[in-house]
Each structure stands twice: as C-alpha cells, then as structure tokens.
Design a protein around this ligand. Structure first.
Ligand SMILES: [Zn+2]
Length: 220
C-alpha cells in the first residue's frame, strides 16, 4: 500500500494541520506562540570557527517538530523551519557567507530517511539568500552509535575521523555557513568545521535550528 501524503494547504498549519486564518510562516499562531525564539550565540573556541548561532530553544514543541521533520515524512517542514533560521541570520547580521553546507548524515541513514533534514534547511536558506549550497562536499564515513546514546566524553571519540571532505577545491578561501538541526554539546559542529578548515576554508559560522541550552551570550 502506498502511504498517502497529506499536503498542508495555504490555510492549514504545517505542524498541527488545523485550519486557521492566522497562518504566519506556514504555522498557525497557536503553534508559533509556543516556539521559544532565542537567536542565541555560542562561542566554541576553535581556529577560524566564528561560533554557532541557534534560532530556537529545544522545548517540547521543537522536539515534536524535529521528530515530524526527521522521522514522519515531514520534509515539507523545511519551509517554516528555514524561515525561522533566516530570522536569526537577519537579527544577528550574519553576512559575508560564500557557501552553505549542512552537517552530513551517513549515506545509509540518509537513504533510510529519504533525505538529510539539515540539507533541506540549507537548500531553502541558500535559495532565499542566493548563496550556493554545497552538497556531498563533506561526508560522514562511519555510521557509529547515535550521539544521543553516548556520554559527553565518548562523543568526542565517537566522532573522530568520521567526517571527510570530498571536493576540497570547492572550499578553498570560502566563508562557510554550516547548518545543522540541533546543537547539544557542540562536538558535531566542531568536528565538521575542523575538516572544512583543514580543507582550506577561510572561516566557518555555525547555524542550528535548535539548541538544548541557552547560553545567553551576545556576540560583541
Ligand atoms: Zn498549528
């Protein structure tokens, strides 16, 4: 049996599917009001990594949104979620970006899911800003235990040499915006940015849809 997809219409919320006259950014005002916007900045000390920005605090609604986006064929949620990230780009005046890249999934995980959720976000953002989005430039070479099942110190080891750059020449002297759906400890962004910098990029700025904590830091 072919699973039937229900596409939300103009007046339907992309998340709760309720009909509403108050649709803002594909979401109804009830859902929108539950989102906790932080437009956070986190400094992760590393060579040529400009830190990481995050749009939303990871709360129960963002958890459900991400679950739908990643595991329940909710790929259309890249529309409202990328708009939210674009707000952070505007508010934080993130500019001087030459190229956008997403944190890769292992190819087996990606074919299981049918898409890489972070790439969908990157593609939407790139389209809106008119910035080139690099696909499959950074790849994930080992499919180890999911990060969430590991303790913090194991995570560092778990990610070692997992990310590889395939087409170095595309990164040379570029200022990269690196997109992911969530930041917890920051090790994933850190590891990916390291291989991008090693490949010759000029700088990396991270941007994630959600963050599990709010650093409260304002970039000077
Ligand atoms: Zn709604």
């Amino acid at each position: 049996m072919i699973k039937k997809l229900i596409y939300p219409t103009d007046r339907k919320c992309f998340f709760c599917y309720e009909l509403s006259n108050n649709i803002n950014n594909y979401l109804c005002s009830e859902c929108y009001q539950r989102l906790e916007f932080i437009h956070d900045y986190r400094d992760i000390p590393s060579d040529r990594l400009n830190g990481v920005y995050s749009s939303l605090l990871y709360t129960s609604i963002t958890k459900d949104l991400l679950h739908k986006f990643k595991f329940e064929d909710g790929n259309y949620l890249c529309k409202p979620l990328s708009e939210i990230m674009l707000e952070t780009i505007k508010k934080r005046e993130i500019n001087n970006i030459d190229m956008i890249i997403s944190v890769p999934l292992h190819r087996l995980r990606e074919s299981e899911r049918g898409y890489n959720q972070s790439y969908l976000l990157a593609r939407e953002i790139g389209n809106k800003l008119g910035i080139y989005v690099g696909k499959d430039i950074v790849i994930k070479t080992k499919n180890k235990k999911p990060q969430s099942k590991l303790q913090y110190y194991d995570r560092l080891g778990n990610l070692k040499e997992v990310f590889k750059v395939k087409r170095k020449e595309e990164l040379r002297d570029k200022n990269i915006l690196l997109i992911d759906d969530i930041i917890t400890t920051g090790t994933t962004i850190l590891e990916v940015s390291k291989v991008i910098i090693e490949a010759g990029a000029k700088s990396v700025t991270g941007l994630t849809l959600t963050s599990t904590n709010h650093s409260g830091k304002i970039k000077q």
